[in-house]
Design a protein around this ligand. Structure first.
Ligand SMILES: C[S@@+](CC[C@H](N)C(=O)[O-])C[C@H]1O[C@@H](n2cnc3c(N)ncnc32)[C@H](O)[C@@H]1O
Length: 300
């Protein structure tokens, strides 16, 4: 296989085509629910309710577990959001605003009745996803707090500004590979579970890339040279780029061809014989996504 494969298409359809136990670790950050529009009808994060979002992630990461080697790990960064249940109008991130037909997404979108959420409730999505994955068979081994050196400004006066996110470490089995010597504290002590990281200095055309240092730590701790690293939400390809720099192979899946293009531009330096595959045929794989009213909501 090439050192870097970029598979353009829906992870729900592409993951089942990957060979079982062929990947050592998965480092990824799915879209956060209701935050951004990645301009694709099958995108994750645009479900009509956060419950469906959690269900879809469980389905995707079940496939990731199949693809991981027996001692493999998943490093998962997921963000939170607030329920805004006041006002009128449609629920969910795809609610049509006014007479526009454009997909509208807002961080604080109106949430349909679930989990007893009230207006302005923090949804607790990272932990809801973590518990759902745990119930589905994953072993939840660590919660790392990513402290952001540069927090996104928020115009709030009734709570502290959010400046942290979660990165969860999951294992497929109790005896998993973890190279504790690969990343240490400056004192030489075992790495702590809070990482203070700034954004990368230059943007890369993707609105939600994670810092290279975040990917670097996860890959070093979770794999050996020559292993294969997977990112089913490839974005601008940070995971693949860093994996290549560290002598790992990588498989990236990205639904939006424009972002796959950014990946190929960022990564051709280390991988000139880059392989970009077309999306699989719509008929080839059953779609196991929980869609319910999502598409309808977008178009109605
Ligand atoms: C938070 S971004 C990942 C950013 C990435 N970590 C980086 O550093 O650039 C999530 C990505 O998942 C993609 N995506 C959304 N739904 C998807 C799906 N069903 N299959 C594959 N990719 C998807 C989006 O287009 C977006 O680029």
């Amino acid at each position: 296989m090439n050192d870097l494969q970029i598979l353009t298409g829906d992870s729900l359809k592409i993951l089942p085509t990957l060979t079982a136990e062929s990947v050592q670790c998965c480092v990824t950050s799915p879209p956060y629910w209701g935050l951004r529009d990645y301009d694709h009808p099958a995108q994750i994060g645009a479900e009509s309710s956060p419950e469906l979002y959690v269900e879809n992630l469980v389905t995707i990461f079940r496939e990731v577990r199949r693809v991981l080697s027996k001692d493999g790990t998943l490093w998962l960064n997921v963000g939170d959001g607030y329920a805004r249940n006041g006002g009128t109008g449609n629920c969910g991130p795809n609610a049509i605003v006014g007479n526009t037909k454009k997909l509208i997404q807002k961080r604080n979108c109106k949430v349909p009745a679930c989990w007893g959420l009230k207006d302005r409730d923090l949804m607790g999505l990272p932990w809801r996803v973590a518990f759902a994955l745990q119930a589905d068979g994953w072993i939840l081994r660590s919660k790392i707090t990513w402290i952001k050196k540069t927090a996104m400004p928020e115009s709030v006066k009734n709570r502290p500004t959010s400046a942290t996110e979660e990165v969860f470490l999951f294992a497929k089995s109790p005896a998993y590979f973890y190279d504790a010597r690969a990343v240490r504290e400056p004192s030489g002590a075992n790495l702590r579970n809070y990482w203070t990281l700034g954004p990368d200095p230059s943007g890369n055309g993707h609105p939600a890339a994670f810092p290279r240092e975040l990917a670097r730590r996860c890959i070093l701790l979770g794999s050996r040279e020559g292993d294969t690293v997977l990112d089913p939400f490839g974005g601008s390809g940070t995971t693949g780029l860093v994996a290549g720099e560290l002598g790992r192979k990588a498989i990236l899946i990205e639904i939006n061809p424009a972002y796959s293009q950014i990946v190929s531009e960022r990564t051709t330096a280390f991988q000139p014989q880059l392989r970009m595959l077309p999306p699989p045929s719509e008929e080839s794989e059953p779609d196991r996504r929980v869609t319910k009213t999502r598409i309808k909501t977008v178009n109605s």
